[in-house]
Design a protein around this ligand. Structure first.
Ligand code: SAH
Ligand code: SF4
Ligand code: F3S
Length: 441
Protein backbone atom coordinates (compact mmCIF):
# COMPACT_ATOMS: atom_id res chain seq x y z
CA UNK A 1 0.00 0.00 0.00
CA UNK A 2 1.43 3.42 -0.85
CA UNK A 3 2.19 5.55 2.21
CA UNK A 4 -0.48 8.23 2.43
CA UNK A 5 1.16 10.46 5.02
CA UNK A 6 1.35 10.62 8.78
CA UNK A 7 -1.05 10.78 11.74
CA UNK A 8 -0.98 11.86 15.36
CA UNK A 9 -3.61 11.03 17.97
CA UNK A 10 -3.71 13.09 21.18
CA UNK A 11 -5.72 11.54 24.03
CA UNK A 12 -7.50 12.87 27.10
CA UNK A 13 -9.76 10.98 29.50
CA UNK A 14 -10.27 7.47 30.74
CA UNK A 15 -8.89 4.06 29.80
CA UNK A 16 -11.79 3.63 27.41
CA UNK A 17 -10.68 6.71 25.54
CA UNK A 18 -7.08 5.51 25.55
CA UNK A 19 -8.27 2.26 24.01
CA UNK A 20 -10.37 4.12 21.44
CA UNK A 21 -7.26 6.09 20.48
CA UNK A 22 -5.35 2.84 20.05
CA UNK A 23 -8.12 1.65 17.72
CA UNK A 24 -7.97 4.86 15.69
CA UNK A 25 -4.18 4.54 15.34
CA UNK A 26 -4.60 0.96 14.19
CA UNK A 27 -7.24 1.96 11.61
CA UNK A 28 -5.15 4.84 10.23
CA UNK A 29 -2.13 2.59 10.00
CA UNK A 30 -4.14 -0.01 8.05
CA UNK A 31 -5.21 2.78 5.72
CA UNK A 32 -1.58 3.50 4.86
CA UNK A 33 -0.66 6.30 7.28
CA UNK A 34 2.31 6.09 9.62
CA UNK A 35 2.78 7.69 13.01
CA UNK A 36 4.19 11.24 12.98
CA UNK A 37 6.94 12.26 15.38
CA UNK A 38 5.09 15.39 16.50
CA UNK A 39 1.55 16.66 16.31
CA UNK A 40 2.26 19.72 14.10
CA UNK A 41 3.98 17.55 11.49
CA UNK A 42 1.08 15.12 11.02
CA UNK A 43 -1.21 15.05 7.98
CA UNK A 44 -4.12 13.69 10.03
CA UNK A 45 -4.46 15.02 13.58
CA UNK A 46 -7.00 13.49 15.97
CA UNK A 47 -7.79 15.02 19.35
CA UNK A 48 -9.64 12.42 21.40
CA UNK A 49 -11.51 14.34 24.07
CA UNK A 50 -13.05 13.86 27.52
CA UNK A 51 -16.09 15.72 28.89
CA UNK A 52 -16.19 14.34 32.42
CA UNK A 53 -15.25 17.61 34.13
CA UNK A 54 -14.97 21.19 32.89
CA UNK A 55 -11.18 21.12 33.17
CA UNK A 56 -10.99 18.02 30.94
CA UNK A 57 -13.28 19.62 28.38
CA UNK A 58 -11.18 22.78 28.24
CA UNK A 59 -8.16 20.86 27.03
CA UNK A 60 -9.77 20.48 23.62
CA UNK A 61 -10.07 24.25 23.24
CA UNK A 62 -6.42 24.87 23.93
CA UNK A 63 -5.38 22.00 21.63
CA UNK A 64 -7.61 23.24 18.83
CA UNK A 65 -6.40 26.81 19.31
CA UNK A 66 -2.79 25.81 18.93
CA UNK A 67 -3.55 23.85 15.75
CA UNK A 68 -4.90 26.90 13.93
CA UNK A 69 -1.45 27.96 12.73
CA UNK A 70 -0.59 24.38 11.63
CA UNK A 71 -3.70 24.44 9.42
CA UNK A 72 -2.81 27.84 7.95
CA UNK A 73 0.68 26.65 7.13
CA UNK A 74 -0.51 23.34 5.66
CA UNK A 75 -4.20 23.63 4.67
CA UNK A 76 -4.43 20.01 3.51
CA UNK A 77 -3.96 18.78 7.11
CA UNK A 78 -7.07 16.90 8.29
CA UNK A 79 -8.06 17.94 11.82
CA UNK A 80 -10.40 15.63 13.72
CA UNK A 81 -12.05 15.99 17.13
CA UNK A 82 -13.25 12.65 18.52
CA UNK A 83 -14.47 11.37 21.89
CA UNK A 84 -16.97 12.60 24.45
CA UNK A 85 -16.75 16.36 23.79
CA UNK A 86 -17.18 15.70 20.07
CA UNK A 87 -20.27 13.62 20.83
CA UNK A 88 -21.72 16.39 22.97
CA UNK A 89 -20.97 19.38 20.77
CA UNK A 90 -21.75 17.73 17.42
CA UNK A 91 -22.20 20.22 14.49
CA UNK A 92 -21.70 23.18 16.80
CA UNK A 93 -17.97 22.41 16.76
CA UNK A 94 -17.74 22.71 12.97
CA UNK A 95 -19.43 26.11 13.12
CA UNK A 96 -17.21 27.30 15.95
CA UNK A 97 -13.86 26.07 14.67
CA UNK A 98 -13.45 26.79 10.99
CA UNK A 99 -10.16 24.88 10.78
CA UNK A 100 -11.79 21.66 11.99
CA UNK A 101 -12.59 19.03 9.31
CA UNK A 102 -14.28 16.22 11.19
CA UNK A 103 -16.29 15.77 14.39
CA UNK A 104 -16.22 12.02 15.10
CA UNK A 105 -18.78 10.70 17.63
CA UNK A 106 -18.01 7.91 20.08
CA UNK A 107 -19.93 5.32 18.02
CA UNK A 108 -18.28 6.29 14.73
CA UNK A 109 -14.68 5.20 15.28
CA UNK A 110 -14.76 2.48 12.64
CA UNK A 111 -15.82 5.09 10.06
CA UNK A 112 -12.62 7.12 10.55
CA UNK A 113 -10.72 5.81 7.47
CA UNK A 114 -13.58 6.33 5.02
CA UNK A 115 -14.35 9.79 6.40
CA UNK A 116 -10.69 10.82 6.17
CA UNK A 117 -10.64 9.64 2.52
CA UNK A 118 -13.78 11.64 1.78
CA UNK A 119 -12.27 14.75 3.31
CA UNK A 120 -9.00 14.32 1.42
CA UNK A 121 -10.84 13.82 -1.90
CA UNK A 122 -13.66 16.32 -1.61
CA UNK A 123 -12.54 18.71 1.14
CA UNK A 124 -15.90 18.26 2.86
CA UNK A 125 -16.37 19.19 6.53
CA UNK A 126 -18.24 16.42 8.35
CA UNK A 127 -19.92 15.73 11.71
CA UNK A 128 -20.47 11.95 12.13
CA UNK A 129 -22.17 11.71 15.49
CA UNK A 130 -25.00 9.15 15.25
CA UNK A 131 -25.35 6.49 17.92
CA UNK A 132 -25.57 3.05 16.33
CA UNK A 133 -27.34 -0.08 17.59
CA UNK A 134 -24.87 -2.50 16.13
CA UNK A 135 -22.20 -2.25 18.78
CA UNK A 136 -20.05 -4.95 17.20
CA UNK A 137 -18.85 -2.34 14.73
CA UNK A 138 -17.33 -0.40 17.62
CA UNK A 139 -14.96 -3.08 18.70
CA UNK A 140 -11.65 -4.16 17.42
CA UNK A 141 -8.38 -4.90 19.10
CA UNK A 142 -5.41 -2.67 18.45
CA UNK A 143 -2.39 -4.95 18.86
CA UNK A 144 0.08 -2.60 17.17
CA UNK A 145 -0.84 0.34 19.38
CA UNK A 146 -1.45 -1.38 22.68
CA UNK A 147 0.22 0.56 25.49
CA UNK A 148 2.46 -2.44 26.14
CA UNK A 149 3.46 -5.64 24.33
CA UNK A 150 2.21 -7.75 27.24
CA UNK A 151 -0.84 -5.93 28.64
CA UNK A 152 -3.97 -5.09 26.69
CA UNK A 153 -7.39 -3.55 27.16
CA UNK A 154 -10.45 -5.45 25.98
CA UNK A 155 -13.75 -3.56 25.72
CA UNK A 156 -16.56 -5.78 26.97
CA UNK A 157 -19.33 -3.21 26.99
CA UNK A 158 -20.13 0.22 25.69
CA UNK A 159 -22.09 3.09 27.22
CA UNK A 160 -23.88 3.48 30.52
CA UNK A 161 -27.56 3.52 31.46
CA UNK A 162 -27.18 4.61 35.08
CA UNK A 163 -27.62 8.36 34.69
CA UNK A 164 -25.92 9.34 37.95
CA UNK A 165 -27.12 12.90 38.34
CA UNK A 166 -23.69 14.53 37.88
CA UNK A 167 -22.38 12.48 34.96
CA UNK A 168 -22.19 13.08 31.20
CA UNK A 169 -21.19 9.54 30.21
CA UNK A 170 -24.71 8.21 29.42
CA UNK A 171 -25.13 11.17 27.05
CA UNK A 172 -21.72 10.86 25.40
CA UNK A 173 -21.44 7.08 25.13
CA UNK A 174 -25.05 5.98 24.73
CA UNK A 175 -26.90 3.19 26.48
CA UNK A 176 -25.26 0.22 28.14
CA UNK A 177 -24.68 -2.61 25.68
CA UNK A 178 -22.55 -5.71 26.01
CA UNK A 179 -20.50 -7.51 23.40
CA UNK A 180 -21.20 -11.17 22.84
CA UNK A 181 -19.26 -13.56 25.03
CA UNK A 182 -18.00 -15.50 22.01
CA UNK A 183 -16.58 -12.40 20.39
CA UNK A 184 -14.75 -11.39 23.54
CA UNK A 185 -13.34 -14.92 23.90
CA UNK A 186 -12.14 -14.82 20.31
CA UNK A 187 -10.46 -11.45 20.79
CA UNK A 188 -8.72 -12.56 23.99
CA UNK A 189 -7.50 -15.80 22.37
CA UNK A 190 -6.05 -13.72 19.53
CA UNK A 191 -4.29 -11.42 22.00
CA UNK A 192 -2.86 -14.43 23.85
CA UNK A 193 -1.41 -15.73 20.58
CA UNK A 194 0.31 -12.38 20.08
CA UNK A 195 2.03 -12.64 23.48
CA UNK A 196 -0.36 -10.67 25.69
CA UNK A 197 -0.17 -11.94 29.30
CA UNK A 198 -2.51 -9.53 31.10
CA UNK A 199 -5.88 -8.19 30.00
CA UNK A 200 -8.01 -5.43 31.51
CA UNK A 201 -11.70 -5.72 30.70
CA UNK A 202 -13.27 -2.32 30.17
CA UNK A 203 -16.80 -1.04 30.73
CA UNK A 204 -18.44 1.78 32.72
CA UNK A 205 -20.25 -0.82 34.81
CA UNK A 206 -18.72 -4.24 34.20
CA UNK A 207 -20.87 -5.92 36.86
CA UNK A 208 -23.86 -5.34 34.58
CA UNK A 209 -22.13 -7.23 31.75
CA UNK A 210 -24.51 -9.42 29.76
CA UNK A 211 -27.76 -8.24 31.36
CA UNK A 212 -28.79 -6.60 28.08
CA UNK A 213 -27.96 -9.58 25.84
CA UNK A 214 -30.82 -11.64 24.40
CA UNK A 215 -29.07 -14.77 25.69
CA UNK A 216 -28.42 -13.27 29.14
CA UNK A 217 -24.81 -13.65 30.37
CA UNK A 218 -23.13 -13.09 33.71
CA UNK A 219 -19.89 -11.23 34.37
CA UNK A 220 -18.50 -13.95 36.63
CA UNK A 221 -19.18 -16.50 33.88
CA UNK A 222 -17.23 -14.33 31.43
CA UNK A 223 -14.30 -14.23 33.89
CA UNK A 224 -14.44 -18.00 34.27
CA UNK A 225 -14.36 -18.60 30.53
CA UNK A 226 -11.59 -16.10 29.82
CA UNK A 227 -9.49 -17.69 32.55
CA UNK A 228 -9.32 -20.92 30.56
CA UNK A 229 -7.48 -19.22 27.68
CA UNK A 230 -3.84 -20.37 27.70
CA UNK A 231 -1.13 -17.69 27.71
CA UNK A 232 -3.26 -15.15 29.59
CA UNK A 233 -1.88 -15.03 33.14
CA UNK A 234 -3.77 -12.14 34.69
CA UNK A 235 -7.26 -10.72 34.32
CA UNK A 236 -8.27 -7.28 35.58
CA UNK A 237 -11.46 -5.31 35.06
CA UNK A 238 -12.78 -1.80 35.56
CA UNK A 239 -15.13 -0.20 36.55
CA UNK A 240 -17.36 -1.99 39.03
CA UNK A 241 -20.50 -0.27 40.27
CA UNK A 242 -21.38 -0.89 43.93
CA UNK A 243 -25.07 -1.38 43.18
CA UNK A 244 -24.35 -4.34 40.87
CA UNK A 245 -21.37 -5.73 42.79
CA UNK A 246 -22.50 -9.10 44.17
CA UNK A 247 -21.38 -12.24 45.97
CA UNK A 248 -20.92 -14.10 42.63
CA UNK A 249 -18.17 -11.65 41.71
CA UNK A 250 -16.55 -11.98 45.14
CA UNK A 251 -16.61 -15.74 44.61
CA UNK A 252 -15.00 -15.32 41.18
CA UNK A 253 -12.17 -13.17 42.56
CA UNK A 254 -11.65 -15.67 45.38
CA UNK A 255 -11.70 -18.80 43.24
CA UNK A 256 -10.28 -17.95 39.80
CA UNK A 257 -6.48 -17.81 40.05
CA UNK A 258 -5.98 -15.52 37.09
CA UNK A 259 -8.39 -12.86 38.35
CA UNK A 260 -6.26 -10.33 40.24
CA UNK A 261 -7.06 -9.26 43.79
CA UNK A 262 -7.98 -5.66 43.06
CA UNK A 263 -11.28 -3.95 42.65
CA UNK A 264 -12.02 -0.34 41.73
CA UNK A 265 -15.37 0.38 43.36
CA UNK A 266 -16.28 4.08 43.24
CA UNK A 267 -18.03 5.19 46.43
CA UNK A 268 -18.41 8.90 45.40
CA UNK A 269 -19.64 10.08 48.82
CA UNK A 270 -19.96 8.87 52.41
CA UNK A 271 -23.28 10.67 52.97
CA UNK A 272 -26.53 8.81 52.30
CA UNK A 273 -28.27 12.07 51.43
CA UNK A 274 -25.65 12.94 48.82
CA UNK A 275 -25.62 9.37 47.44
CA UNK A 276 -29.39 9.62 47.00
CA UNK A 277 -29.11 12.99 45.24
CA UNK A 278 -26.39 11.51 43.05
CA UNK A 279 -28.81 8.67 42.14
CA UNK A 280 -26.17 6.07 42.90
CA UNK A 281 -28.62 3.36 43.94
CA UNK A 282 -26.92 2.27 47.22
CA UNK A 283 -26.41 3.62 50.73
CA UNK A 284 -23.22 3.68 52.77
CA UNK A 285 -24.24 0.62 54.74
CA UNK A 286 -24.78 -1.44 51.55
CA UNK A 287 -21.30 -0.42 50.49
CA UNK A 288 -19.73 -1.37 53.85
CA UNK A 289 -21.41 -4.78 53.73
CA UNK A 290 -20.08 -5.47 50.24
CA UNK A 291 -16.53 -4.51 51.23
CA UNK A 292 -16.78 -6.62 54.35
CA UNK A 293 -17.86 -9.66 52.34
CA UNK A 294 -15.02 -9.06 49.88
CA UNK A 295 -12.40 -8.70 52.59
CA UNK A 296 -13.64 -11.80 54.39
CA UNK A 297 -13.48 -13.97 51.28
CA UNK A 298 -10.39 -12.33 49.69
CA UNK A 299 -8.39 -10.92 52.61
CA UNK A 300 -5.57 -9.53 50.46
CA UNK A 301 -7.85 -7.78 47.97
CA UNK A 302 -6.92 -4.15 47.23
CA UNK A 303 -9.85 -1.75 47.00
CA UNK A 304 -9.60 1.60 45.23
CA UNK A 305 -12.30 4.18 44.73
CA UNK A 306 -13.47 7.53 43.34
CA UNK A 307 -14.71 10.39 45.54
CA UNK A 308 -16.47 13.61 44.54
CA UNK A 309 -16.42 16.56 46.95
CA UNK A 310 -18.69 19.58 46.79
CA UNK A 311 -21.71 17.97 45.15
CA UNK A 312 -24.67 20.44 45.26
CA UNK A 313 -26.12 20.55 48.75
CA UNK A 314 -23.15 18.78 50.39
CA UNK A 315 -23.11 20.19 53.96
CA UNK A 316 -20.15 20.15 56.36
CA UNK A 317 -21.77 17.09 58.01
CA UNK A 318 -22.14 15.31 54.68
CA UNK A 319 -18.49 15.99 53.96
CA UNK A 320 -17.50 14.73 57.44
CA UNK A 321 -19.38 11.52 56.59
CA UNK A 322 -17.12 11.11 53.56
CA UNK A 323 -13.96 11.60 55.66
CA UNK A 324 -15.29 9.11 58.21
CA UNK A 325 -16.04 6.58 55.47
CA UNK A 326 -12.49 6.94 54.10
CA UNK A 327 -11.13 6.38 57.59
CA UNK A 328 -13.34 3.36 58.18
CA UNK A 329 -12.87 1.65 54.80
CA UNK A 330 -9.18 2.52 54.35
CA UNK A 331 -9.00 2.30 50.57
CA UNK A 332 -5.66 1.39 49.06
CA UNK A 333 -5.93 4.45 46.86
CA UNK A 334 -8.56 6.84 45.57
CA UNK A 335 -9.09 9.31 42.76
CA UNK A 336 -10.82 12.38 44.16
CA UNK A 337 -12.44 15.23 42.29
CA UNK A 338 -14.15 18.55 42.89
CA UNK A 339 -17.70 18.33 41.61
CA UNK A 340 -17.91 19.95 38.20
CA UNK A 341 -21.25 21.04 36.80
CA UNK A 342 -21.87 19.39 33.42
CA UNK A 343 -24.29 20.59 30.76
CA UNK A 344 -27.43 18.52 30.37
CA UNK A 345 -27.07 16.60 33.67
CA UNK A 346 -29.70 16.66 36.42
CA UNK A 347 -27.27 18.01 39.03
CA UNK A 348 -26.56 21.08 36.93
CA UNK A 349 -29.92 22.54 37.88
CA UNK A 350 -29.76 21.58 41.57
CA UNK A 351 -29.86 24.34 44.21
CA UNK A 352 -27.04 24.92 46.72
CA UNK A 353 -24.10 24.69 44.38
CA UNK A 354 -20.96 24.73 46.56
CA UNK A 355 -18.47 27.61 46.25
CA UNK A 356 -15.17 26.78 44.54
CA UNK A 357 -13.17 27.72 47.62
CA UNK A 358 -15.07 25.22 49.80
CA UNK A 359 -14.60 22.49 47.19
CA UNK A 360 -10.87 23.22 47.12
CA UNK A 361 -10.58 23.00 50.91
CA UNK A 362 -12.55 19.77 51.04
CA UNK A 363 -10.47 18.19 48.29
CA UNK A 364 -7.25 19.11 50.14
CA UNK A 365 -8.58 17.40 53.30
CA UNK A 366 -9.47 14.26 51.34
CA UNK A 367 -6.02 14.21 49.73
CA UNK A 368 -4.20 14.59 53.04
CA UNK A 369 -6.21 11.84 54.72
CA UNK A 370 -5.97 9.39 51.83
CA UNK A 371 -2.23 10.00 51.29
CA UNK A 372 -1.56 8.93 54.86
CA UNK A 373 -3.74 5.82 54.45
CA UNK A 374 -2.12 4.83 51.14
CA UNK A 375 1.36 5.26 52.57
CA UNK A 376 0.44 3.19 55.62
CA UNK A 377 -0.79 0.35 53.37
CA UNK A 378 2.45 0.49 51.41
CA UNK A 379 4.54 0.41 54.60
CA UNK A 380 2.51 -2.55 55.85
CA UNK A 381 3.58 -4.42 52.73
CA UNK A 382 7.30 -4.09 53.56
CA UNK A 383 8.82 -7.55 53.92
CA UNK A 384 5.97 -9.28 52.08
CA UNK A 385 6.46 -11.26 48.89
CA UNK A 386 4.42 -10.10 45.91
CA UNK A 387 4.02 -11.53 42.45
CA UNK A 388 4.90 -8.96 39.76
CA UNK A 389 4.54 -9.04 36.00
CA UNK A 390 7.63 -7.50 34.38
CA UNK A 391 6.16 -4.64 32.34
CA UNK A 392 9.00 -2.30 31.45
CA UNK A 393 12.09 -0.44 32.58
CA UNK A 394 12.14 0.93 36.11
CA UNK A 395 12.85 4.31 37.66
CA UNK A 396 16.61 3.79 37.67
CA UNK A 397 18.89 2.22 35.04
CA UNK A 398 19.12 -1.57 35.45
CA UNK A 399 15.69 -1.61 37.05
CA UNK A 400 12.40 -3.03 35.87
CA UNK A 401 8.92 -2.12 36.95
CA UNK A 402 5.82 -4.22 37.21
CA UNK A 403 2.56 -4.31 39.09
CA UNK A 404 1.59 -6.54 41.96
CA UNK A 405 -1.62 -8.55 41.64
CA UNK A 406 -3.14 -5.80 43.80
CA UNK A 407 -2.22 -3.25 41.10
CA UNK A 408 0.61 -1.48 42.90
CA UNK A 409 3.63 -0.33 40.94
CA UNK A 410 6.85 -1.97 42.12
CA UNK A 411 10.38 -1.14 40.94
CA UNK A 412 13.10 -3.81 41.32
CA UNK A 413 16.66 -4.47 40.16
CA UNK A 414 17.31 -6.58 37.09
CA UNK A 415 18.89 -9.90 38.05
CA UNK A 416 20.31 -10.29 34.56
CA UNK A 417 17.79 -12.82 33.33
CA UNK A 418 14.52 -10.91 33.26
CA UNK A 419 12.39 -10.35 30.17
CA UNK A 420 9.17 -8.44 29.64
CA UNK A 421 6.18 -10.61 30.47
CA UNK A 422 7.95 -12.72 33.13
CA UNK A 423 6.08 -13.35 36.35
CA UNK A 424 8.48 -12.93 39.27
CA UNK A 425 8.30 -12.93 43.04
CA UNK A 426 9.51 -9.72 44.61
CA UNK A 427 10.14 -8.97 48.28
CA UNK A 428 8.94 -5.45 49.13
CA UNK A 429 11.87 -3.57 50.64
CA UNK A 430 10.24 -0.14 50.92
CA UNK A 431 6.72 1.21 50.76
CA UNK A 432 6.66 4.69 49.24
CA UNK A 433 3.83 7.17 48.78
CA UNK A 434 2.85 6.09 45.29
CA UNK A 435 4.80 2.89 44.66
CA UNK A 436 6.90 0.11 46.14
CA UNK A 437 10.57 -0.82 45.94
CA UNK A 438 11.46 -4.47 45.90
CA UNK A 439 14.09 -7.10 45.21
CA UNK A 440 13.67 -10.35 43.35
CA UNK A 441 13.36 -13.41 45.55
N1 SAH B 1 -18.42 4.41 35.47
C1 SAH B 1 -17.60 4.72 36.53
C2 SAH B 1 -16.83 6.02 36.47
C3 SAH B 1 -16.85 6.91 35.31
S1 SAH B 1 -16.23 8.52 35.43
C4 SAH B 1 -18.46 4.71 37.78
O1 SAH B 1 -19.64 4.82 37.77
O2 SAH B 1 -17.93 4.65 38.83
C5 SAH B 1 -14.92 8.46 36.59
C6 SAH B 1 -15.15 9.27 37.81
O3 SAH B 1 -15.26 10.63 37.51
C7 SAH B 1 -16.45 8.96 38.56
O4 SAH B 1 -16.35 7.83 39.33
C8 SAH B 1 -16.64 10.21 39.37
O5 SAH B 1 -16.00 10.12 40.61
C9 SAH B 1 -15.97 11.29 38.54
N2 SAH B 1 -16.94 12.22 37.94
C10 SAH B 1 -17.90 11.94 37.04
N3 SAH B 1 -18.61 13.04 36.76
C11 SAH B 1 -18.11 14.04 37.52
C12 SAH B 1 -18.44 15.42 37.70
N4 SAH B 1 -19.44 15.98 37.05
N5 SAH B 1 -17.70 16.15 38.57
C13 SAH B 1 -16.67 15.58 39.24
N6 SAH B 1 -16.32 14.30 39.12
C14 SAH B 1 -17.04 13.51 38.27
FE1 SF4 C 1 -21.30 8.01 35.05
FE2 SF4 C 1 -22.70 6.79 36.92
FE3 SF4 C 1 -22.46 5.70 34.51
FE4 SF4 C 1 -20.37 5.80 36.12
S1 SF4 C 1 -22.27 4.67 36.49
S2 SF4 C 1 -20.40 6.32 33.97
S3 SF4 C 1 -20.64 7.72 37.18
S4 SF4 C 1 -23.53 7.58 35.00
FE1 F3S D 1 -14.17 11.16 29.77
FE2 F3S D 1 -15.83 10.06 28.10
FE3 F3S D 1 -14.17 8.57 29.50
S1 F3S D 1 -16.27 11.76 29.39
S2 F3S D 1 -13.98 9.73 31.38
S3 F3S D 1 -13.61 10.05 27.97
S4 F3S D 1 -16.24 8.04 28.91
Amino acid sequence: MPVKGTFFVETYGCQMNEHDSQKMCELLQKQGFSKAGAIEQADVIVINTCAIREKAEHKVYSSLGSLRSAKIEKPQTVIVVAGCVAQQKKHEFLRKFRHLDLVLGTHQISQLPSLVSRILEKRERIAAVEFVDNIESLHMSAPNYSSSPICSYVTIMQGCSNFCSYCVVPYTRGKESSRSLEEIQEEVSGLATKGIREITLLGQNVNAYGKDLYNFRRFDDLLQRLSSIGGIERIRFTTSHPKDFDSALVEAIASIDKVCEHIHLPLQSGSDKVLKDMKRGYCLNDYFEKIELLRTKVPKCAVTSDIIVGFPGESEEDFEDTLNALQKIRFDQIFSFKYSSRPGTIAQGMPDQIPEETKRERLAKVHALQDSITEAWHRDMEGSIQQALVEGSGRLPDQFHGRTRTNKIVNFDDNGSLSLGDLVNVRVTKGLKHSLLGSIV
